[in-house]
Write a protein of this length. Structure first.
Length: 277
């Protein structure tokens, strides 16, 4: 645990709460975490964990080595403007706000002709709320190796991390892992509904669907074989699995997934243009 490390969360929503819970007592003391949230009703829960709170940016920000922006993208520009005066040369800025490109945020934080380059943009996903997230990270050129390791430690407190090259790659991350939990939940819904249609109770179908998904992903994660080979091992010629996969293929399953991800990536780029104005 790095006792000297102090972290400010600017925005105190679910993702900030998950990150703070993962960090407190492991990466830094709870008392070294400062949370800024305009919703004063939420402050008691933060304070109960030993963290300090404020409803607006103030002097306490200047003492924080890391700033984590976790506010809604439509509010980001105004929030950034309210914090700029407390930036220090060694402040590492980490953004988990969706839809705001790193270069856009760097411009808002810096001055004309001198954007803030000590910045890491992250795309986490909702399983971070249970410590099982996976986050894509991209760093600007002002981020050194020590800061990269620090950012990875912060986001790694709630799951795995994957470094990518830039904002364009983060659009792809958004399409896969950022939005991906919704795809999984949609498939689980369909499995549960399908289980009921073939004769199971709702609870039986739910338990079997969740167990199948958890077991299959664990097997894929721990196996050195590619998913295609694992799939083939379940599939006997002329058997039940082959019949099910034939129905998937007839409906164009792979193409549907590709189209869905392309739509998500496209929308990510559109939102970045909208919020970056």
């Amino acid at each position: 645990m790095k006792n000297e490390l102090s972290i400010a969360f600017i925005g105190g929503g679910n993702m900030a709460s998950a990150l703070a819970s993962g960090l407190a007592g492991k990466v830094c003391p709870a008392g070294s975490i400062h949370v800024i949230d305009i919703n004063q009703d939420s402050h008691a829960s933060w304070q109960a964990r030993g963290m300090t709170t404020a409803t607006a940016p103030g002097e306490a920000l200047a003492a924080c080595r890391v700033w984590v922006f976790a506010v809604k993208p439509q509010n980001m520009k105004d929030v950034v403007a309210s914090t700029r005066q407390w930036l220090r040369d060694d402040t590492l800025v980490v953004s988990v706000a969706a839809g705001i490109r790193a270069d856009t945020l760097a411009g808002w934080l810096g001055s004309p002709g001198a954007p803030w380059r000590r910045l890491v943009r992250c795309m986490p996903n909702t399983p971070a709320l249970v410590g099982a997230g996976i986050t894509g990270l991209a760093a600007l050129d002002g981020v050194g190796q020590e800061d990269r390791e620090l950012a990875a430690t912060l986001l790694g407190s709630v799951g795995e991390v994957v470094w990518v090259a830039d904002d364009a790659a983060l659009d792809a991350v958004t399409a896969l892992s950022g939005s991906g939990p919704a795809y999984v939940f949609l498939f689980l819904e369909a499995l549960i509904a399908g289980g009921q249609k073939v004769g199971l109770t709702a609870e039986q179908a739910r338990q079997l669907a969740l167990g199948t998904f958890a077991g299959a992903t664990k097997l894929a994660a721990e196996s050195s074989d590619p998913p295609s080979l694992l799939r083939e091992r379940v599939t006997s010629k002329g058997g039940t699995t082959a019949a099910a996969l034939a129905a998937f293929n007839a409906a164009g399953f792979a193409g549907i997934v590709e189209d869905a991800m392309a739509a998500a990536a496209r929308r990510s780029r559109e939102l970045a243009e909208e919020f970056g104005k």
